[in-house]
Design a binder for this molecule. Structure first.
Ligand code: AMP
Ligand code: MN
Ligand code: MN
Ligand code: MN
Length: 283
């Protein structure tokens, strides 16, 4: 059971996607920061969950197997978190395999463009990025561009090479939200719309997204995150109340070098919002 004394973090990454820590090291850091209920939500994979669960069991804290799924809605990438993933769900496994294939093809295409348009050794960048293992993301390429001397930090790697309008930009089409969400919702305890305040959507479009999210089986909005402004939090809380959605809270932790979102860092859930953690008992 979740109590008011629990310190929950329902959004974190490990090196199985674009985080830098192993699941065991992530758990150790979360425990050191007082987290008592932790979800691992790597991009498009649950590969780190067995290790994270074993580490949480050993440390005596609760673990929730999760994922942050890449989807597409009205031309933009929308992330949906699944919490309490049921082991072996075949529809979700096939869906994840499809995304892995798409990611791999995209990374190779970015390497080609970096070579052809950027006139750098794009294939070396790709080889370096893939050697990291796990789900290959553009963050891996950004780190490799830094490691190979093409950028001074990952933000510059996006600004110079990978971002929109840059030589290595390759647009990607993720599986549509209305196809992905029912698969995810059927394979987990609670589907959560990740960081709704970050999408470039008008108020009306965000309400349409929330309505489709409810229709597709979604349960909660990510209402409290590290670094979220009070205005954004109230806007998203109002959206959750309007659509009868619960609230989730998480750090979106990736890297201990980023000081502002360590595991366990987020604002309190505002009033009138049911904590999604209450639906995760026995997950
Ligand atoms: P993707 O492979 O497209 O899913 O991107 C992986 C990660 O790269 C995202 O989760 C972000 O953390 C990061 N990212 C994407 N675009 C940018 C950008 N323009 N600037 C900085 N980081 C970015
Ligand atoms: Mn990420
Ligand atoms: Mn995300
Ligand atoms: Mn994330």
């Amino acid at each position: 059971m979740v109590t008011v004394h629990d310190r929950v973090d329902l959004h974190t990454h490990s090196r199985h996607s674009d985080g830098v820590l192993s699941p065991a090291d992530l758990v150790a850091l979360a425990v050191a920061r007082g987290v008592t209920l932790l979800a691992l939500t790597d991009h498009d994979t649950v590969a780190g969950c067995a290790e994270a669960r074993a580490a949480c069991d050993a440390a005596g804290i609760r673990f929730i197997a999760g994922i942050e799924l890449s989807t597409q809605w009205r031309g933009q990438a929308i992330h949906v978190i699944g919490l309490g993933i049921r082991a072996g769900a075949p529809a979700l496994a096939a869906h994840i395999a499809q995304i892995a294939q798409r990611r791999h093809e995209r990374i190779l295409a970015i390497g080609d463009r970096l070579a052809a348009r950027g006139r750098i050794a794009g294939h070396d960048v790709v080889a370096h990025a893939l050697a990291a293992g796990g789900v290959p993301t553009r963050m891996h390429l950004a780190r490799s561009l830094v490691a190979l001397g093409h950028a001074s930090d990952t933000q510059q790697a996006f600004d110079r090479w990978l971002g929109r309008g840059r030589p290595g930009h390759v647009p990607v089409e993720w599986p549509a939200l209305d196809e992905a969400l029912p698969r995810l919702a059927g394979a987990c305890r609670a589907a959560v719309l990740a960081h709704p305040h970050r999408y470039r959507l008008s108020g009306g479009a965000l309400r349409a997204l929330a309505a489709e999210f409810v229709a597709g089986g979604g349960a909660a909005l990510e209402v409290s995150m590290a670094g979220m402004s009070p205005g954004d939090q109230e806007r998203i809380a109002a959206l959750a109340r309007r659509h009868g959605l619960a609230g989730s809270a998480g750090s979106d932790f990736h890297d201990p070098a980023t000081r502002w979102n360590p595991p366990g860092r987020f604002a309190k859930l505002p009033g009138g919002i049911a904590p999604v953690a209450e639906r995760l008992d026995d997950a």
